[in-house]
Design a protein around this ligand. Structure first.
Ligand code: ZN
Length: 401
């Protein structure tokens, strides 16, 4: 098979053109991306708006497909336009050339995470429009910046705007994950992101002495307790194969600082932990446990949770959620295998769920090696094209809710 077969496909051409726009961190320039998306909107004969919810360099592009009953709550088809940095020397293809190899693999940063999904939504709408389909509900295909750096100036700011309020959003679809098997992952919730800084203070003095209550001994006590907790989570995962990464709590020591030279016991040490907390954890008890450990260590430890997301309820997967019923019907008709899981990381869906709006994360990428944020990220052209068909069915069903 030759790559020529794919190069002449119009949908593949659109996808590759999007991939070739280097919306890569840090300091992303979104100008060409906005122009590209405006052209896509006009080729679909759909109105497009560009709003800047936070600053002039962070555009949100919104393509609107008006429903026949626009008073009904609308549906968001969201994707982020930014991609994470690359280590060029580790790639076998230029990460922004979108080369197609003989097997039909398209190589580029963003093929899996998640430019594919953005242009697949548009490809599906193109097919539906061509067939004369008219949605009952209004769809907004939203393209947001900065998801990869937390979405502070992107989706987080956008959901606070009057523009968003007027969209009257009832449901949202956003990114899922790449699956190496034929089973799709469906995110219905996300773990909570916490970050903890501990500053231990204690007796300082000469490095040759056994001084009481040193910062090092105190901090070591708490680090050990958190490490034991971490081990308990590793063991839970090992014992129960039904658990996925989103079902356990991760605690990782990510920064350590302090000290001046080897023979001086310093007056303080600092440690930073990244924590991703399972949605089943009792947050009050969890925090109290950490505070208790700091007291047991001898006190004098400043505790700062500098990131502390509240619990955001998961999206219901039962008959009380009509969008789920419609999505499930599409999944069944397409004979897709689905595994609902808690997203182990974080996506922009959390800002939508936080507003009480149901949201799922889903990417139609199966039988593909997971290369999200990795070198040689790629997507098979036929997997991409099949994904357009999947969205066609899903969008058609959601439109009729
Ligand atoms: Zn992503």
């Amino acid at each position: 098979m030759s790559s020529k077969k794919w190069e002449s496909n119009e949908e593949i051409q659109i996808f590759r053109e999007y991939l070739q726009i280097p919306t890569v961190h840090p300091d992303v320039d979104y100008t060409d991306c906005v122009e590209f998306l405006k052209r896509q909107a006009s080729s679909l004969n759909l109105p497009v708006d560009v709003v800047y919810p936070a600053v002039k360099t962070k555009p949100v592009v919104i393509i609107k497909w008006l429903g026949s009953q626009p008073e009904l709550p609308s549906i968001i088809l969201n994707s982020h336009t930014d991609v994470v940095p690359v280590f060029r020397e580790k790639w076998t293809h230029d990460p922004f050339a979108a080369d197609i190899d003989e097997e039909g693999r398209i190589y580029a940063r963003g093929t899996q995470d998640m430019k594919s999904v953005g242009t697949q939504y548009l490809g599906a709408i193109r097919l539906l429009k061509a067939s004369g389909f008219q949605p009952k509900r209004t769809f907004y295909v939203t393209f947001v910046p900065d998801e990869e750096i937390g979405g502070e100036l992107g989706m987080k700011a956008f959901v606070k705007t009057d523009y968003y309020k007027e969209m009257n959003v009832g449901f949202s679809l956003d990114e899922g994950a790449t699956s190496p098997t034929d089973v799709h992952h469906l995110f219905y919730a996300e773990r909570l992101r916490w970050a903890l800084k501990l500053k231990a203070s204690g007796t300082s003095g000469h490095g040759s002495l056994l001084l009481p209550d040193t910062a090092g001994v105190k901090l070591n006590y708490v680090v050990n307790k958190l490490t034991e907790f971490r081990t308990s989570q590793v063991q839970r995962m090992a014992k129960d194969s039904s658990l996925s990464a989103g079902d356990v709590t991760t605690v990782n020591l990510t920064q350590l600082s302090g000290g001046v030279q080897s023979n001086v016991v310093p007056p303080s040490f600092e440690a930073v932990f990244d924590m991703r907390i399972a949605i089943t954890v009792d947050l009050v008890a969890f925090e109290k446990q950490i505070r208790d450990w700091c007291e047991e260590a001898g006190g004098g430890i400043e505790i700062e949770f500098f990131r502390k997301e509240p619990l955001i309820g998961p999206t219901n997967m039962d008959n009380s959620n009509p969008y789920w019923v419609a999505l499930k019907a599409a999944i069944d008709e397409l004979d897709l295998k689905i595994r609902p899981i808690v997203c182990p990381g974080a996506t922009d869906s959390r800002y939508i769920r936080e507003k009480g709006t149901p949201a799922f994360g889903f990417s139609p990428i199966i039988n593909t090696t997971m290369r999200i944020h990795d070198h040689d990220e790629f997507l098979q052209a036929d997997v991409y094209l099949n994904g357009i068909e999947v969205y066609k069915k899903i969008i058609r069903n959601l439109a009729e809710v």
